[in-house]
Design a protein around this ligand. Structure first.
Ligand SMILES: Cc1cc2nc3c(=O)[nH]c(=O)nc-3n(C[C@H](O)[C@H](O)[C@H](O)COP(=O)(O)O)c2cc1C
Length: 204
């Protein structure tokens, strides 16, 4: 058995300084790390991906696009965090997911056999849940396995500090649970993960 470490990438955040969806993602990713995974944060503001263009080769984009696709390809699991924009997921999140089209012809196409944990932050009460629901559809279309716990944070401006870090204990606990759950599920789904995560599987 190849005991490589389980690898999870976090994709998210908006182009806004102090993004709460990025802060929530950081939190869940830390929980995943504590559960035994190697983690990588793909901060969409930092990556600054161009718009996906059908027919354009990956090598013709800025290097960040290939970096993004390769990180996604190499991941055993994903945490995806969006802001709710106009009742659904933000364009920056959807555009990033569109780059999964470069994985259509992979041996494991798109997000197949990858567990995906979903997070959304919103200004109001309901849009976060709607954004999560929209991401469920997108992840299913990409053949990913949605973790059966999601985190929608309403009135995120109240639940986070100026840096976007989540300050509410209850939502923090939920993000912890999500990070751990994604790792536990991945340990069951993928036999080649590292021993720390294997022991999680045995104890789950
Ligand atoms: C263009 C735009 C559209 C938005 N639409 C909604 C919306 O429909 N419902 C809602 O509750 N909040 C909406 N918001 C508020 C954001 O969801 C909220 O501020 C969120 O926490 C921003 O995420 P961020 O901190 O990661 O940037 C919108 C914000 C922007 C900028």
């Amino acid at each position: 058995m190849n005991n490589r470490r389980l690898r999870i990438v976090g994709i998210g955040g908006t182009l806004r300084e102090g993004s709460t969806s990025l802060g929530a993602l950081r939190w869940a990713l830390t929980a995943a790390k504590e559960a035994g995974a190697d983690t990588e944060l793909l901060d969409l503001q930092e990556l600054n991906l161009p718009m996906y263009e059908p027919g354009r080769a990956l090598q013709e984009y800025e290097p960040e696009a290939e970096q993004f696709v390769e990180a996604l390809r190499g991941a055993d699991a994903v945490l995806l965090s969006t802001a709710a924009y106009h009742g659904t997921l933000a364009g920056v999140t959807k555009n990033a997911l569109d780059f999964a089209q470069f994985m259509a012809r992979d041996e494991e196409p798109y997000l197949q056999d990858k567990v995906v944990g979903l997070i959304a932050t919103a200004g109001g009460d309901l849009a976060g849940a709607n954004a999560v629901a929209a991401m469920v559809h997108a992840v299913h279309a990409l053949r990913g396995t949605v973790a059966p716990l999601t985190v929608a944070i309403p009135q995120a401006w109240k639940q986070a500090n100026g840096d976007g870090d989540i300050s509410d204990k209850g939502y923090g606990e939920r993000l912890d649970k999500l990070g751990r759950l994604v790792i536990e599920m991945t340990a069951r789904l993928r036999p080649e993960v590292e021993p720390e995560a294997q022991s999680l599987r045995a104890s789950a």
